[in-house]
Design a protein around this ligand. Structure first.
Ligand SMILES: [Zn+2]
Ligand SMILES: [Zn+2]
Length: 261
């Protein structure tokens, strides 16, 4: 599978970094979005992804920087299909996030558009390592993580052919559920809101993210979701953590592509 990074900023985007969202291309199958922010179709076009084919969006939580692209994506899909799309768009996420999305679609009048295609909301449970859906190529699972008051999940993709896993932490402070969920993954994309050593509620700093990756024994760690004020410290922080991680560690930039094969 291929993972295409559509944005890498935390809540405040910058000239180089849009808010964090990802697109996963499983083996010869339809692209799946993880969160949906920024000028999403513009980003997908730039990444050469056939966005009009998207049928599934995994929502990690209901914070604005992870969901505000959804009304625009639906509007694009509706305009482009000219009323001919019958396939539903399926959202998977925690209840609170799905409720917020439902409200936003109504506020933007998308629920009243003529010949609008259907959409479905599928609640993701708060159980650890729970199956979200399975496909011919493999399966998607979720586990709850720790992000303040907001119900938030981490996501994993398992591919049958390679028997390899990719895990995305979403926004979280270090937690055992994620450590276990990411155990032995080929690739962990972990949030790294801060590049200093201060421990904060709801988010991870670079040292905490590397520590989780070490404990989970993942092969490759990619850091994402940077606070704009921390960005000046990237090089110094990377030099400090690199010797502490036995695997490969890197910083995600917008439009980076990672392959798990
Ligand atoms: Zn966020
Ligand atoms: Zn958040």
């Amino acid at each position: 599978m291929k993972i295409i990074v559509l944005g890498t900023a935390a809540a405040i985007s910058t000239k180089e970094r849009d808010n964090t969202s990802l697109c996963v291309l499983p083996n010869n199958d339809i692209p799946i979005l993880i969160d949906c922010s920024g000028s999403i179709v513009h980003r997908l076009e730039k990444a050469k992804i056939e966005w009009h084919k998207i049928e599934e969006i995994l929502i990690t939580h209901g914070h604005i920087d992870h969901i505000y692209g959804i009304p625009s994506l639906i509007h694009h899909l509706w305009l482009r299909s000219m009323g001919k799309r019958n396939k539903p768009l399926r959202f998977y996420g925690p209840t609170s996030a799905l409720e917020r999305i439902k409200k936003s679609l109504s506020v933007y009048g998308l629920t009243e558009k003529p010949k609008m295609f259907p959409w479905e909301f599928h609640k993701i449970s708060t159980l650890e390592n729970d199956l979200v859906f399975s496909k011919k190529w493999g399966e998607v699972r979720s586990t709850p993580v720790l992000h303040g008051q907001e119900d938030t999940i981490a996501i994993s993709f398992f591919e049958n052919k390679s028997s390899k896993r990719f895990v995305y932490s979403s926004d979280t402070e270090p937690c055992v559920s994620l450590e276990e969920f990411a155990s032995m993954a080929e690739l962990l994309i972990h949030e790294c809101a801060y590049l200093d050593e201060i421990e904060r509620k709801g988010h991870s700093n670079i040292y905490q993210a590397v520590n989780i990756a070490n404990k989970a024994k993942v092969k490759e760690l990619v850091l994402i979701h940077f606070d704009w004020e921390s960005l000046g410290r990237i090089d110094t922080a990377m030099n400090q953590v690199q010797p502490n991680f036995y695997g490969k560690v890197s910083i995600a930039n917008d439009f980076d592509v990672f392959e798990v094969v």
